[in-house]
Design a protein around this ligand. Structure first.
Ligand code: C5P
Length: 219
């Protein structure tokens, strides 16, 4: 039990960026590498959980013992997440694109004369907020907040507005995105833990320990 504190629990993790298609050869994306989410999935599996990892396009190996679902766009990620419920805990580490193109061109857009095409964008579904509002809401729902300024303050507001239990706030003003290290603050209800800078693997291990403690206290 001590070495597999999540035995019998089902944990859902989202990771990576999303790619929002413009036409068959082009997309909108962001710099997320997926490393933090994959490290969390690996740590959850090592702790004995059944793990479902819903990931956008990344160049990472599937951690041992993890069920991986590959998606491209935010809408595909939203569907895969919905279909993976119910779970005991969900950790939403994906850097979901805020916008997609309003209209997908099913043939390649051509360069035409002087005027470049105008991209019209539409807002993507907020996956974290919709899991929070789902009748199958997990017992423990954790979001991420990548911030460059007022990190903890913004994370506190985000915890409330998204309806999740904890927010892992990371300061991405440095080279966190794509890098191997992370500096996080764990924002809970009425309490914030400031963690020292450490590797994304260590962040994952520590987060999984806290999740295991929380699920066993509430069990
Ligand atoms: O709103 P913002 O992108 O700052 O919120 C970050 C948190 O919300 C992350 O946990 C991210 O995975 C989640 N999110 C989401 N769907 C979106 C946007 C963000 O699940 N469309």
């Amino acid at each position: 039990i001590e070495h597999r504190p999540l035995y019998g629990k089902h944990v859902l993790v989202t990771a990576g960026p999303t790619h929002e298609p413009i036409d068959p050869v082009r997309y909108l994306a962001n710099r997320s590498s997926g490393k933090q989410g994959f490290a969390i999935a690996a740590a959850a599996a090592a702790a004995g959980a059944r793990v479902t990892l819903v990931t956008g396009p990344v160049h990472l190996r599937t951690p041992l013992g993890v069920d991986r679902i590959d998606v491209e766009s935010a809408e595909e990620m939203a569907r895969a997440v919905r279909e993976s419920l119910p779970v005991d805990a969900a950790i939403m580490a994906a850097a979901v694109a805020d916008w997609r193109t309003k209209e997908y061109n099913d043939i390649k857009i051509k360069k035409r004369g002087a005027a470049p095409p105008a991209l019209v964008l539409a807002e993507n579904p907020d996956i974290l907020a919709s899991v929070a509002a789902n009748p199958k809401r997990p017992e423990l729902l954790i979001g991420f907040a990548a911030e460059t300024n007022d990190v903890v303050d913004n994370a506190r507001k985000k915890r409330k507005s998204k309806g999740c239990d904890w927010i892992v706030a990371n300061d991405v003003s440095g080279d966190v995105m794509g890098g191997d290290n992370n500096q996080v603050h764990l924002v809970k209800e009425g309490k914030v833990e400031h963690w020292d800078p450490m590797t994304k693997q260590d962040v994952a291990t520590r987060l999984i320990q806290e999740i295991a403690e929380k699920l066993s206290v509430d069990a």
